[in-house]
Ligand binder design. Structure first.
Ligand code: MGD
Ligand code: MGD
Ligand code: SF4
Ligand code: MO
Length: 766
């Protein structure tokens, strides 16, 4: 029998509306309150086949500076995932090829035994760890510490490499620090111009649109996207401009904007003089990108490029404007030149004198719930907690002292995500992989190749809440607590540290990841202490972060409960003095670089790694839809979301549709250098005629990542999800269509169906 979820007893942190917490999904971390659902039987098992689960908790939006009470459809249906029919409630172990329910003791003994044997025979680096930006700060910290002190492997990286790595690299090298938005989101409300590059906020963070109302009214919203996305639509009726470049040419657009700003004398010369270095080199590099040349590459008219540069300049403080922002999203970052593109975006912002001025700035829009904190506390191959470098001896000494280990025993940098995944099961590569919070076989590029690599592993262990497609390939699945079942902290896209609170008991049989890591550490004979109380783990994390770039040492769960408005850095202060107020806005006085100045960095355009060629004459771009989250592991299990967005599709322009001889709904075959798939067309003039678009939320036949390129950015290691070359043809062959996934509707039988549905071991045999 499965799960008898009971509602946790109310505590001081609950208000009249229930448990005060935040959404489980994206980095906007919308505030919500959770109350037991009236009439729902908290002790009921999974829903009967064919019926929607009654969520045990009712979700209500709560007023907060970011969401102002608003939630998107994913947020208000999020409690359904707590009671999905195939929620994992017991460990599963593969026996003679088949997953079977197991006890925790047997499962963990098996894992520990195998890890010990592999390390003894092949060295500690033969075990790799893959984390996720959805884990709480506490869990991300514990995972990094576990990898470095118990496994002693350098090979830990995480899905943030797919998400924020280029933005992080770009910001670090220019501004000296990577905090997605170095200002609170509400600041954007007063702007006169916003240049939004490769972000579809209307679908990916709908409540955030409230902060764009002002700029739209001022006619200053500029959206750069090869598609007329829902966000680009917001520029209609004089509210701004939609710039629709050739995919992968945003860097050229930005270089041309920088060119115009300099050529027309629109730069903030006093700011450049006082607060930056590197202007001469930048000037030389952008001189080559006059608007007419940029037009030839990007397809954006030179007149538009000039108009955008002038609009931004007019809104800039140095020219008496009300303020301007340059913001980047995954559309420009998930590129083999993502770091260069972010760098160019920051160069433009610096030329206009925006960063560090209240009411203006540059920011990258962080994606996952804890994408920000997840990259600060040690899941990244080259980082220790507090955003410290693992190659820096002082940082190693500090963190080793907190952990009670010898700094010499800490490994150095490991392989970044894509390379780590490519090397799985290869000679000299990792032979075991522990996955915490990512569904890589759906979300990583060149996914068919990844499945082959995973099959070559000697051990795959997946900790998850549901039997994701990746979990179904595992040798051992460990069921862990999620979101409303646990305490912790998340760091939002603004660098605001917020509390996640427990509202319901987890199903019996499920354990917290903190507990799993502590138990495994003990079974592996480690003497390093692993706390299982999230508040205690946070205190340790805070100490480990002290003095680092992301300093949390002045924070604690208790303080965050009392003050929900604290941003890092927030260092500890001497006893008897006032606590540090946190840092809402960065760069107001200087930049955290050695000379206190921001660095203008020259960059140049190369183009996509897999560009148009004979046999692949169109661009394939990818992204998201409103109703689904990431690999869909969670949202494909929410019936209301599946009804809104039942399956994969390919957006095709009417001119291309005519050339291909297809109509709305006709299946087409997509073929790239990596593989092929068949999906239904959606004919729309929102996409360019030389481009097709496909969302990545589905697996099996509908998984676009079977086609995407795993070429990476040379600085950040981020893969080029957004652009590759594709051949599209009408499909007249046999095709049984994509089975719409009736997620969570049936308690399903064991076995791998392979079509990416919501299926498997969850309740079988239980
Ligand atoms: N509904 C929903 N919301 C989410 C998520 C989700 O999965 N679903 N995930 C969360 C996470 S982790 C993230 S990272 C964020 C991502 O949030 P966004 O960055 O807004 O999301 P995407 O849809 O991946 O990409 C944005 C846009 O990039 C465009 N694009 C594609 N190629 C190019 C190009 O070459 N140039 C330009 N300029 N644009 C291009 C696409 O057409 C798309 O409209 O969303 C978060 N919020
Ligand atoms: N083509 C294409 N591919 C992309 C992108 C794109 O734009 N285009 N975007 C990329 C981006 S930005 C991202 S962020 C990635 C994300 O893709 P993934 O890394 O696959 O992220 P999720 O689908 O959120 O997977 C999270 C998994 O963790 C589980 N989970 C939830 N909470 C917990 C927890 O507390 N502990 C544990 N152990 N598990 C938990 C969920 O059930 C789910 O199975 O996809 C990338 N892939
Ligand atoms: S915008 Fe993001 S945080 Fe807000 S409700 Fe939707 S998924 Fe949740
Ligand atoms: Mo992301």
């Amino acid at each position: 029998m499965v799960a008898l979820p009971a509602v946790a007893a109310p505590r001081a942190s609950d208000d009249a509306r229930g448990t005060v917490t935040h959404c489980p999904y994206c980095a906007l971390q919308c505030a919500m309150s959770l109350t037991p659902t009236a009439g729902a039987d908290a002790s009921a098992g999974p829903p009967a086949p064919g019926t929607d689960p009654v969520p045990p908790l009712t979700v209500q939006g709560r007023d907060f500076p970011t969401n102002r009470g608003g939630l998107c459809q994913k947020g208000w249906t999020s409690a359904s995932v707590l009671r999905t029919g195939d929620r994992l409630t017991t460990p599963w172990v593969r026996v003679r090829g088949e997953l079977r329910p197991a006890t925790w003791d047997d499962a963990l003994d098996l894992v520990a035994g195998k890890l010990r044997a592999l390390a003894a025979e092949h060295g500690p680096q033969s075990v790799a760890v893959f984390g996720g930006g959805g884990l709480t700060n506490e869990k991300a910290y514990a995972l990094g510490k576990f990898a470095r002190t118990v496994l002693r492997t350098p090979n830990i990286d995480y899905n943030g490499r797919f998400c924020m790595a280029s933005a992080a690299a770009g910001a670090n090298r220019t501004l000296g620090v990577d905090r997605g938005l170095p200002f609170p989101l509400e600041d954007v409300g007063g702007a006169q111009a916003v240049l939004l590059l490769g972000s579809n906020l209307a679908e990916t963070m709908p409540p955030s649109l409230q902060h764009l109302a002002g700029v739209r009214a001022a006619g200053g919203l500029v959206v750069v996207d090869p598609r007329r996305s829902a966000t680009a639509e917001l520029t209609a009726d004089g509210q701004g401009l939609h710039v629709q470049p050739v995919p992968g040419t945003d860097l050229v657009v930005l270089l041309a904007l920088a060119h115009v700003v300099l050529a027309e004398g629109l730069a903030d010369t006093a700011y450049l003089e006082r607060r930056t270095t590197g202007l001469d080199d930048l000037r030389r590099c952008v001189a080559a990108w006059w608007p007419e040349r940029a037009e030839q590459v990007s397809g954006v008219p030179a007149t538009t490029l000039r108009a955008v540069a002038r609009l931004l300049a007019a809104a800039s403080p140095s020219r008496g404007g009300a303020g301007a922002y340059v913001l980047t999203g995954r559309g420009v970052e998930q590129s083999s030149q993502g770091t260069a593109t972010v760098t160019a975006a920051i160069d433009v912002a610096l030329l206009l004198g925006l960063p560090g001025r209240t009411g203006s700035g540059y920011g990258a829009i962080t994606g996952q719930g804890n994408g920000q904190g997840g990259r600060e506390h040690g899941q990244k191959a080259d980082q220790l907690p507090g955003y410290r470098s693992i190659e820096d001896d002082a940082a190693r000494a500090h963190v080793a002292a907190v952990w009670g280990v010898d700094p010499a025993d800490l490994p150095r940098s490991g392989l970044p995500a894509v390379e780590l995944l490519r090397r799985l099961g290869t000679p000299g590569g990792p032979r075991a992989l522990l996955v915490h919070g990512s569904n890589v076989v759906v979300s990583a590029p060149d996914a068919d190749r990844l499945r082959e690599r995973i099959a070559a592993l000697e051990l795959l262990v997946v900790c998850d809440v549901v039997p994701s497609e990746t979990a179904l390939l595992a040798d051992v699945i460990l069921p862990v607590t999620q979101w409303a079942e646990e305490e912790g902290t998340m760091t939002s896209l603004e660098g605001r540290v917020i509390r996640r609170r427990k509202a319901i008991e987890p199903p019996p049989g499920v354990r917290s990841e903190l507990d799993v890591l502590a138990d495994l550490a003990a079974r592996l004979g480690s003497t390093v202490h692993f706390g299982t109380d999230p508040a205690e783990v946070f205190d340790e994390l805070a100490r480990a972060s002290a003095g680092g770039r992301a300093d949390y040492s002045g924070l604690s769960h208790a303080r965050l409960d009392a003050e929900p408005d604290l941003f890092w850095p927030c260092p500890a202060t001497p006893a008897g003095t006032n606590p540090h107020p946190g840092t809402k806005r960065l760069f107001t006085r200087d930049f955290p670089t050695p000379d206190g100045r921001a660095r203008l960095v020259p960059v140049d355009h190369v183009g996509p790694a897999d560009d148009l060629r004979p046999g692949a004459p169109l661009y394939l771009i990818t992204g998201r839809v409103l109703a689904h989250y990431q690999s869909g592991a969670q949202t494909r299990r929410v019936p209301a979301l599946v009804r809104t967005s039942p399956g994969p599709y390919v957006e095709v322009h009417p001119l291309l549709a005519e050339r291909l001889g297809v109509e709305d709904g006709t299946p087409v075959h997509l073929e790239t250098a990596r593989g092929g798939l068949v999906a239904r067309t959606r004919v729309t003039d929102a996409v360019r005629a030389d481009t097709v678009f496909m969302p990545f939320h589905w697996s099996g036949q509908g998984s676009v990542n079977r086609l995407t390129n795993d070429a990476t950015d040379p600085v950040s290691g981020m893969p080029e999800f957004k652009v590759c070359a594709v051949q599209v043809t009408r499909w007249d062959g046999p095709w049984d269509g994509f089975e719409p996934v009736d997620a969570g509707l049936e308690p399903v039988a064991a076995g791998v169906r392979g079509d990416g549905g919501a299926h498997a071991p969850g309740t079988a045999g239980a």
